[in-house]
Design a protein around this ligand. Sequence first.
Ligand SMILES: Nc1ncnc2c1ncn2[C@@H]1O[C@H](COP(=O)(O)OP(=O)(O)O)[C@@H](O)[C@H]1O
Ligand SMILES: [Mg+2]
Length: 264
Amino acid sequence: MTALLSVQSLGIRFGAVRAVNDVSFSAKPGEVLSIIGPNGAGKTTLFNMISGVYQPSQGRIRFDGADVTELLPHQLAERGLSRTFQNLQIFHQMTALENVMAGRHLMERRGILSDLFGLSTTRRHNRETKQAAEALLERVGLADIAHREAGGLSYGMLKRLEIARALACLPQLLLLDEPAAGCNPVETEEVEGLIAQIAHEGVGILLVEHDMKMVMRISSHIVVLDHGEKLAEGRPEEVRGNPRVLAAYLGVTEGEEETADALD
Ligand SMILES: Nc1ncnc2c1ncn2[C@@H]1O[C@H](COP(=O)(O)OP(=O)(O)O)[C@@H](O)[C@H]1O
Ligand SMILES: [Mg+2]
């Protein structure tokens, strides 16, 4: 199968800091590719480059057969690359449904011209957008709270709402930055099931997640970052047994010990 995404020698500097350096890998449709590494390894920065939030200082990004290195986030969303954020980016004063519809409108920007041809088209669009958003809420298990204000939802619900919103632009590739962070064990299991299902439907997933048990279960392939560089990659069982990976996790401070334990 040809790659859906390939990053070649990707890197970025912030002043003197090389946050990501010379990282290459590729991702396929229907697979979960996880990016792991200690805090500060460069995982979120890598996501920011792939999703067009940061412009890389070196390297290229190819997506769906085209070079997309220079594209902006909304241009990538239109092409089918969407993401969620480690720090949620939900509109708290809007309802759950409206939040998902906002994600859908991102994709429908190209439909603005056709809207000029008449109100009836606009109305039909809005109705379709609403139905699609309702279906997505159903899919992430939030149909019951569609009309509740997002600000009043539990953290676990918000994490799933963000996934629904990212799915609204019908991605071929979905980037999930710590989708289970702050979730309780039940919510974590729900998130894991949802990710597996999305991948099963053929969407490529790039996952950053601290829950190593989930990562080892769900990933087709894992890329390990340390200090901005690719330390290792392979199938979960290969990565788990790699002494360099264990050393990277064990070499860091107390807060990370839990993660190292979870690698066993
Ligand atoms: N906008 C920025 N300006 C300066 N340094 C940054 C910026 N974004 C990230 N960094 C630095 O890049 C490194 C990697 O951070 P990050 O990608 O957030 O790591 P991770 O997600 O793996 O925990 C860190 O040293 C961080 O301080
Ligand atoms: Mg991060």
